[in-house]
Ligand binder design. Structure first.
Ligand SMILES: C[S@@+](CC[C@H](N)C(=O)[O-])C[C@H]1O[C@@H](n2cnc3c(N)ncnc32)[C@H](O)[C@@H]1O
Length: 276
């Protein structure tokens, strides 16, 4: 299904997102190898590029969709050295509870929806958001909120996954159970680029195909479950998938000569600096 703009309607259920990520808070960190890699790229850029982090003034940084707070803690370490304050915000109260308990003192925690941030206009210097925006109904709404809350000269660092992500799993499920969706939808690259250009001044987007290996398709499903990233579309089956369908999906999943299975993630990073 597509809306009038041609952008696929992902229509994820926010209540399911908040619940599933909360339930995964204790298993998330050890399973989050893709998330770790993609977020670290942005932490490195932030260290190199964010002039305000060197400025020593009272600067404000938001980790939007902070999850367990892994990167919030790193950002707080950076901020502490230069007079900054960090807020970790997430839709999931369960994730925030974990993050607060594990996090350093001095970090502010906020239950918030990235599509309607409870923050003032022009109130932040940096928004950092790792692998959150693909869970939102409308990427453009999140980008507009980030622009609204950033001060002149403020910087935005966002990572996401685009169409093509988990294509092997999607194809295998399509052959095993063609009537039902089993894999979350992702923005098409052209649509994501267009939305970014419409909302932000001179956004820079870089992409990379990341391929991760797994001992089996079931191990891939287990990793997705451990990080709370199972399928959440409104068309998902109400009952648990029958073992026969699961076996059929595993049968159709391509296997490599080395005995492993591979999953493709179409990664994208967006950076942008607002004019002064
Ligand atoms: C894949 S996790 C990434 C967590 C963290 N950024 C990291 O790198 O480990 C996605 C997070 O986004 C949060 N999230 C999803 N939709 C959201 C929304 N609309 N507003 C705020 N947070 C959201 C989820 O609750 C989850 O904690």
């Amino acid at each position: 299904m597509a809306d009038l703009t041609g952008i696929p309607a992902r229509a994820p259920l926010k209540s399911a997102i908040a619940r599933d990520f909360g339930a995964a808070s204790k298993t998330y960190n050890p399973a989050a190898r893709l998330q770790r890699y993609m977020g670290q790229v942005m932490v490195d850029w932030l260290q190199e590029q964010a002039p305000r982090s060197q400025a020593g003034a009272d600067w404000q940084l938001l980790d939007l969709g902070c999850g367990t707070g892994w990167f919030t803690g790193q950002l707080a370490g950076l901020a502490a050295r230069s007079g900054g304050t960090v807020t970790g915000a997430d839709l999931s109260p369960g994730m925030l509870e974990y993050a607060r308990a594990a996090g350093a003192p001095g970090i502010r925690w906020l239950v918030a929806d990235a599509e309607a941030l409870p923050l003032d206009d022009n109130s932040l210097d940096v928004v950092f958001s790792n692998l959150m925006i693909q869970w939102c109904s409308h990427s453009a709404a999140v980008l507009a909120e980030c622009r609204r809350v950033l001060r002149p000269g403020g910087q935005l660092f966002i990572s996401t996954l685009l169409d093509g992500t988990l294509e092997e799993l999607r194809d295998a499920w399509h052959q095993a159970d063609p009537e039902h969706e089993h894999v979350n939808r992702f923005d098409r690259e052209a649509a994501f680029r267009r939305q970014a250009r419409e909302v932000l001044p001179a956004p820079v987007i870089t992409t990379e195909s990341i391929v991760l290996d797994y001992p089996s398709p079931l191990a891939l499903l287990a990793e997705l479950k451990a990080i709370g990233a199972g399928f959440k579309g409104s068309s998902r089956r109400r009952k648990a998938t029958a073992p026969g369908r699961l076996r059929a999906m595993c049968h159709h999943y391509p296997k490599a000569d080395d005995g492993l299975v591979y999953a493709t993630y179409r990664a994208a990073w967006l950076t942008c600096q607002l004019p002064d």
